[in-house]
Write a protein that binds this ligand. Structure first.
Ligand code: AG3
Length: 286
């Protein structure tokens, strides 16, 4: 007998992954949580039927969401991470000794528990003494923050369900306010490829452009996400993501990465023509 997990990427396309067994299945106050074991991708975390990560390709997403802003901002001390209860972004952040405090805001306590129980490769640094976990809605958490953080990482789900509020104008405005004068916000920005995702992508970009003086988009190849082509947003008060990249400073840290390099960093901001066009459409009116 064969067991397959499938995620519909559009009404006419789905991605199927063969699984050996289901390790966990539960319903939290916010969503359904599943963990599968698969021969090709290792363990897979699924929320409400959508793949959040697999052990095999999560390094791409987590390295790109963390090392890109860290290689630009010269002195990050305090970081706010929203979502990301799996711990992948926190694991990458803890590689930087100069980071003094990481506030992780995850709405769903059960996601953190499941990650601690089933995804130790992701959650291994959630117990780092610099990490404080807040079980709260990120949208509410940032409302009261003013000039506190050097970096805000928005590692949300897709723009529906519990993550919906993390794609609103109000939220981006509050992230701007929560950041110090030289602060940077990075967010997962959906895929430009399928029509529904592209619309979400444009909507998010428009709102970020309206909220930050510098707003650029960069890309990565993530095999298990819809279309495999994924975007991230880089929004900033002062630093330009490419002109202010200090390659040498980052190389001197001698951090071990499997995807990120400063050379790739530069290239990741060069987008395909159709994506540039998509983003330009909303920039003009922004
Ligand atoms: N958060 C973004 C996942 C989006 C995937 N979408 C989908 N499969 N339809 C990932 C969280 C990892 N820390």
């Amino acid at each position: 007998m064969e067991l397959w997990f499938s995620e519909p990427h559009t009404p006419d396309v789905k991605l199927s992954i063969k699984v050996d067994r289901q390790l966990y299945c539960g319903e939290s106050e916010y969503q359904r949580i599943d963990v599968f074991e698969s021969p090709e991708f290792g363990r897979i975390l699924v929320l409400d039927g959508y793949v959040m990560l697999t052990e095999k390709d999560e390094f791409i997403y987590h390295e790109m969401i963390v090392h890109v802003p860290m290689a630009v901002h010269p002195h990050v001390r305090k970081v706010l991470v929203i979502g990301a209860g799996d711990g992948g972004a926190v694991r990458e952040l803890t590689k930087y000794p100069e980071i003094e405090q990481i506030d992780l805001v995850e709405i769903d306590e059960q996601v953190i528990q499941v990650s601690m129980d089933y995804l130790p490769k992701l959650s291994c640094k959630l117990t780092d003494p610099r990490v404080s976990i807040h079980y709260e809605d990120g949208l509410k958490f940032v409302r009261s923050k003013e000039e506190e953080y050097d970096l805000v990482i928005v590692d949300s789900t897709d723009p529906f369900g519990p993550g919906e509020g993390l794609f609103t104008k109000e939220f981006y405005g509050n992230c701007y306010k929560a950041l110090k004068e030289e602060g940077i916000m990075v967010n997962q920005h959906e895929s430009p490829f399928y029509a529904a995702d592209a619309t979400a992508c444009m909507r998010a970009h428009k709102r970020i452009v309206e909220s930050f003086p510098i707003s650029r988009v960069y890309q990565a190849h993530i095999p298990t996400y819809p279309s495999g082509h994924w975007l991230f947003g880089f929004a900033s008060k002062k630093y330009h993501p490419v002109h202010d990249l200090d390659e040498e400073r980052w190389m001197n840290r001698e951090l071990e990465t499997k995807y990120y390099t400063p050379r790739l960093h530069r290239g990741a901001f060069c987008l395909p023509a159709y994506v540039e066009k998509l983003l330009r459409k909303v920039e003009v009116h922004g």
